[in-house]
Write a protein that binds this ligand. Structure first.
Ligand SMILES: O=P(O)(O)OC[C@H]1O[C@H](O)[C@H](O)[C@@H](O)[C@@H]1O
Length: 332
């Protein structure tokens, strides 16, 4: 993308009638190292920031201005390094499940603003949103010989919910299908990893990346954390909750088209080995990644895949031993 844009190329719906509300807005500006970013603001004060580099959400704040995503203080905003934190997009390969570099290339390419996206069935009333698009360059075609259009809509709802919708279309003219794996590699900001529980993944099967991707079954309790974890939970429910006792906050993930969920925290040793991650930062983050990993998605020419993630952060008063997982997972 070149040139600054003063105004949104995407429109937002008129504000609600409340006198104190401000219309949702979309602002284009320069971020770290002069990289272009888009700032979404919704009427009650929550906001999100998206870098065109990587199509990468780097910030999501609630209406009190509190940051909800983890972004490393050592994150490198410079190609070819992917930004450490926020929501990297892993496509067309998750991790090392293939011949490409770790997590594919979408996270370190420059995306463009999609000026004229095909219509979305979803309601955009009162949402601030931006549409991005990624198409492969000639260089990309050398490492992954497929033509595609990847459209990403990032929207902030009136209650501060963050919604990401990916639409990936096979535009190969040689008649060939392609297959890919995928993840929204979301880094949540947490007060203290040892005070966090994840609900919705108990009793499920998972592949353990720390044990040669061997398959195990999770025990009946909610997940808690006391050492490195790198697991791919399979066939997960559409709703997962991350409960942060100290912050009295619950993140709820809702996902569609993304059967798996990766849970990752590097813990102390791996943290020290990463140049773009502070030694103690593992205490304040947790990745829970809506993903399609175990079974690759295959698209024939002309076919489109859709994968959607919706995040909300709600105040919670859960304390240890007083959890009611059913309320968390079944509440609206
Ligand atoms: O360092 P990155 O390439 O960003 O990957 C960070 C992590 O991503 C995923 O969660 C994988 O399951 C991990 O094995 C990997 O370490």
């Amino acid at each position: 993308m070149s040139g600054e844009k003063e105004k949104s190329t995407v429109t937002s719906a008129p504000p609600s009638p409340s006198p104190s509300s401000v219309a949702p807005s979309v602002e284009f500006s320069k971020g770290i190292n002069g990289l272009q970013k888009v700032i979404l603001r919704e009427s009650r004060g929550s906001s999100a920031e998206v870098y065109l580099y990587g199509g990468h959400v780097t910030s999501w704040k609630n209406d009190h201005g509190e940051e909800l995503l983890f972004l490393s203080s050592k994150a490198i905003f410079k190609p070819p390094k992917a930004i450490r934190g926020g929501i990297p997009i892993c496509f067309p390969q998750f991790a090392s499940h293939g011949t490409l570099d770790q997590h594919g290339f979408a996270r370190n390419r420059f995306w463009a603003v999609d000026e004229d996206p095909p219509p979305f069935p979803t309601n955009t009333l009162n949402k601030a949103f931006v549409d991005l698009i990624l198409k492969p360059s000639e260089e990309d075609m050398k490492i992954w010989p497929h033509s595609f259009e990847y459209r990403l809509r990032i929207a902030l709802g009136p209650g501060g919910d963050l919604m990401l919708t990916s639409r990936i279309r096979n535009t190969n003219s040689d008649g060939k299908p392609f297959s890919f794996t995928f993840a929204y590699h979301t880094y949540f900001s947490v007060s203290d990893i040892s005070e966090v529980r994840v609900e919705g993944l108990e009793t499920l099967d998972y592949l353990d990346n720390l044990q040669n991707k061997e398959r195990f079954t999770e025990q009946g309790d909610a997940l808690t954390f006391e050492s490195e974890v790198d697991k791919i939970y399979l066939s997960t429910p559409t709703k997962i909750a991350i409960i942060d006792h100290e912050k009295k906050r619950t993140f709820v993930l809702r996902k569609d088209g993304l059967p798996d969920a990766v849970v990752w925290n590097p813990w102390d040793k791996k943290a020290k080995a990463m140049a773009d991650f502070g030694d103690d930062e593992y205490k304040h983050m947790l990745c829970v990644e809506a993903a399609a990993v175990e079974k690759a998605v295959t698209l024939k020419p002309g076919e489109e895949w859709k994968g959607r993630l919706e995040l909300s952060a709600v105040p919670s008063s859960y304390c240890s031993g007083q959890l009611d997982p059913q309320r968390v997972l079944q509440g609206s």
